[in-house]
Design a protein around this ligand. Structure first.
Ligand SMILES: Nc1ncnc2c1ncn2[C@@H]1O[C@H](COP(=O)(O)OP(=O)(O)O)[C@@H](O)[C@H]1O
Ligand SMILES: [Mg+2]
Length: 249
């Protein structure tokens, strides 16, 4: 399989008034074309640090990463949907295009089509506060897709939602990502969410993090995330990853 992204001995230290904090010790990892790769690790282990480096918002202290494609378009989505309350859903979805100077008639048509394709067309003229949290997260995804990203970076995209919506939205988001065929890195601390959605899971050790284990997720009758939770292998993966995380309560 071809890799879209190679991460090579990447490390990150923060320099603060209180001294140096090592967040990422060493991450070496390939991300393959078209896969959904989840990164699981305990809170504060360095997951968000990694994504913000890959998104180009922050810089690594050591090591490097390389995209197979020149000037890749990166879609970056956080747990907070970051929709502007004074703009309609449709106007919100055009923001990425405006920032990138790609707000053409053709691209507007592309965005409208995304809304139609994913049954969100009737909400286009609404304001964000008229929508449920789950619906807003789907809109945030459409906005991210509007720039036609080569890779999606999702940082705990469902953690602000209640359990029921989280299941429903992760199912929807999974279907959209797979249909659009976009390579995705999803950070989560939810083991079940990771198993139900991913092709592979990277487990990070505690801070400063390094790659502790990588699992290829192979489930009998792999379907959508909600159904995948019923697969007979599910529990086995869960137990292994739980053990890797070495949670002390
Ligand atoms: N801008 C920053 N300055 C200093 N320390 C930071 C900064 N961002 C994150 N950290 C520290 O780096 C570690 C990893 O943080 P983070 O990547 O946000 O973890 P995670 O997303 O896995 O919860 C934490 O100890 C955090 O306090
Ligand atoms: Mg985080």
């Amino acid at each position: 399989m071809n890799s879209l992204l190679d991460i090579d001995h990447l490390g990150k230290n923060y320099f603060t008034e209180k001294g140096e904090i090592s967040a990422i010790k060493d991450i070496t990892l390939k991300v393959f074309n078209g896969e959904i790769l989840s990164i699981v690790g305990s809170s504060g282990c360095g997951k968000s640090s990694l994504l913000s480096i890959l998104a180009g918002i922050d810089k690594a202290t050591s090591g490097f990463f390389h995209f197979a494609k020149e000037k890749p378009v990166i879609g970056y989505m956080l747990q907070n949907d970051a929709l502007f309350p004074w703009l309609t859903i449709y106007e919100n979805a055009l923001i990425g295009l405006k920032i990138q100077h790609k707000d053409t008639l053709e691209m507007r048509e592309y965005v409208k089509n995304l809304f139609r394709k994913y049954n969100l067309a009737e909400f286009m003229e609404k304001k964000p506060d008229e929508l449920s949290g789950g619906m807003r997260q789907r809109v945030a995804l459409i906005r991210t897709l509007a720039i036609k990203p080569d890779i999606l970076l999702l940082d705990e995209p469902f953690s602000a939602l209640d359990y029921q919506s989280r299941l429903a939205v992760s199912d929807d988001v999974y279907k959209i990502i797979k249909k659009e065929g976009i390579t995705t890195i999803m950070v989560t601390h939810d083991i079940a969410e990771a198993i139900s959605m991913s092709d592979r899971i990277v487990v990070l050790a505690k801070r400063p993090c390094y790659v502790k284990n990588i699992y290829n997720i192979s489930l009998t009758n792999k379907q959508t995330p909600i159904d995948n939770r019923k697969a007979k292998e599910f529990k086995e993966y869960y137990n292994k990853i739980w053990k890797d995380l070495d949670v002390n309560v």
